[in-house]
Design a protein around this ligand. Structure first.
Ligand SMILES: Cc1cc2nc3c(=O)[nH]c(=O)nc-3n(C[C@H](O)[C@H](O)[C@H](O)COP(=O)(O)O)c2cc1C
Length: 323
């Protein structure tokens, strides 16, 4: 993979790729050139503290982290950029891709792609901030696959270092075909570097994409890396997966303060994307555990079978977050 010298970017996955996951992935497996943080947002007139804590440089030591903002109101976006600048960040990613209806229907994320005037106002406000370079993460549109055509010219305002494209429309959520034809049209029309993002579940998938589009600036991998955080570490051993998991347990024990029940729930949530090939019985035991002790026993059994999990096909009920 390294021979290709293409940048490998870790996509943001809300609820999965937080600082605990990122630093564990980096420490145990590595291979990622930069991690994109799940979006931060303004709520009740201030930047969510939880979001700020997640991008705190102290919690992201030794990794390259690009924070991401989600907003349609310029004043909200500026508030987040100011907070990030205060923390020492000079690179910020803008989310124009989130398809989650409560967000998109408020004209945020991919919902904003149907409103070029709002995007223009947002970009104008952000471009006026000194000392920050932006990237954009977007879909092809909200409810039409050619809405990017109205958005692309607006990039001249923002001058992004790249545009990462997930070739679906927001209304598709994470289902349905990838629209490679429209992706190619966008790629050909863009004067800005383009990053491809979508459904790459193995190094082979990545290599195929690079071969097909050799002038891509980078590739960005989300669910595939959450499923197998050792994707870029060909010599990873079962012990590495155990160590990765131990670091998650340790990190969430330190950072979650809702007691054992919250900790167990969070660890169970991780298995919605982690090792989706885990045998059904082992996965069910994780889901049914109620105490940390039960969870750890169930997780240890699943991790003892990691080699099978990595080669098996994902089970139906362990892949509901996968795309
Ligand atoms: C559970 C989940 C959470 C996500 N959270 C974010 C997010 O915070 N910001 C963002 O730009 N994209 C988010 N995405 C989209 C991914 O970054 C990525 O674009 C998408 O999953 C397609 O890439 P993949 O096929 O490699 O996963 C999320 C996707 C999922 C499934």
């Amino acid at each position: 993979m390294k021979d290709n010298k293409i940048q490998l970017l870790a996509a943001p996955l809300q609820g999965v790729t937080d600082n605990v996951w990122r630093t564990a992935q980096h420490e145990v497996f590595g291979g990622v050139d930069a991690y994109y943080a799940p979006f931060m947002r303004v709520e009740h007139g201030e930047v969510r503290r939880k979001d700020l804590r997640d991008v705190d440089p102290e919690r992201n030591a030794d990794i390259t982290l690009i924070p991401q903002i989600l907003a349609c109101q310029p004043d909200h976006a500026l508030m987040m950029v100011a907070a990030l600048k205060n923390m020492g960040y000079s690179r910020v990613d803008i989310n124009l891709g989130c398809p989650f209806p409560p967000i998109a229907l408020h004209r945020k994320g991919s919902g904003m792609l149907a409103y070029p005037d709002l995007v223009k106002a947002l970009f104008e406000a952000l471009a006026a901030v000194d000392g920050v370079t932006y990237s954009v993460k977007m879909r092809l549109g909200w409810d039409r696959n050619d809405q990017w055509r109205d958005i692309l010219p607006l990039m001249d305002i923002l001058k992004p270092c790249h545009i990462a494209v997930h070739p679906r429309i927001g209304k598709q959520q994470y289902k349905g075909e990838l629209d490679m034809e429209q992706f190619e049209a966008l790629f050909a029309a863009s004067t800005w570097p383009v990053v491809y993002n979508g459904s790459m579940r193995s190094v082979e998938d990545i290599e195929n994409i690079i071969q097909r589009y050799p002038t891509l600036a980078a590739v960005m991998v989300g669910s595939g890396l959450a499923a197998n955080p050792g994707m870029f570490a060909p010599n990873a051993t079962p012990d590495d997966y155990r160590r990765f998991h131990d670091l998650l347990v340790e990190g969430y024990t330190a950072q979650l303060n809702g007691g054992e029940a919250q900790l167990v729930r969070h660890l169970q949530d991780i298995w919605q994307t982690f090792l989706p090939g885990t045998e059904h019985k082992l996965f069910k035991a994780i889901r049914k555990s109620r105490t940390l002790e039960q969870y750890e026993k169930a997780a240890a059994a699943a991790l003892a079978d990691v080699e099978n999990a990595l080669t098996a096909k994902p089970k139906e009920d362990s892949q509901n977050l996968l795309v």
